[in-house]
Write a protein that binds this ligand. Structure first.
Ligand SMILES: Cc1cc2nc3c(=O)[nH]c(=O)nc-3n(C[C@H](O)[C@H](O)[C@H](O)COP(=O)(O)OP(=O)(O)OC[C@H]3O[C@@H](n4cnc5c(N)ncnc54)[C@H](O)[C@@H]3O)c2cc1C
Length: 96
């Protein structure tokens, strides 16, 4: 009954801070999620001060996207333009 399977909508999330990461994680099984950020990892920002005085701790304050976003498409770039239908990145990608 393939004809009854609804096509997943594209959802573009800009920014992989705690807000964007939570949205992407929550929707990754319901939609085709694209997460755009120049950073290649999630950073626990509130741990950065401790990392400055305890560099070993910094390793524990970054998390790979693959650990929590196995079904999202990661776009490592900066979003530079947004229209009603598209997001354009500094790398030249266009996500619809
Ligand atoms: C040292 C420190 C201590 C803190 N302590 C606390 C605390 O104790 N309690 C508390 O509640 N809060 C604390 N905060 C604040 C908390 O970290 C922030 O409120 C929270 O991280 C905001 O999350 P966010 O996802 O909204 O934004 P951010 O974490 O700022 O994430 C935004 C993301 O968007 C990306 N981005 C921006 N523009 C673009 C673009 N054009 N294209 C693609 N990507 C883009 C950035 O690279 C970034 O990854 C602290 C912050 C710091 C720095």
């Amino acid at each position: 009954m393939a004809g009854l399977v609804a096509e997943k909508k594209n959802v573009v999330v800009i920014g992989s801070g705690v807000a964007g990461s939570l949205v992407a994680k929550s929707l990754q099984n319901e939609a085709a999620v694209f997460l755009i950020d120049e950073k290649e990892y999630f950073e626990i920002t509130w741990a950065s001060l401790r990392s400055m005085v305890e560099p070993e701790f910094a390793k524990r304050s970054v998390i790979s996207y693959s650990e929590y976003l196995p079904h999202a498409k990661i776009v490592t770039s900066t979003a530079v333009n947004i229209t009603d239908t598209d997001v354009f990145t500094a790398q030249g990608s266009r996500i619809r």
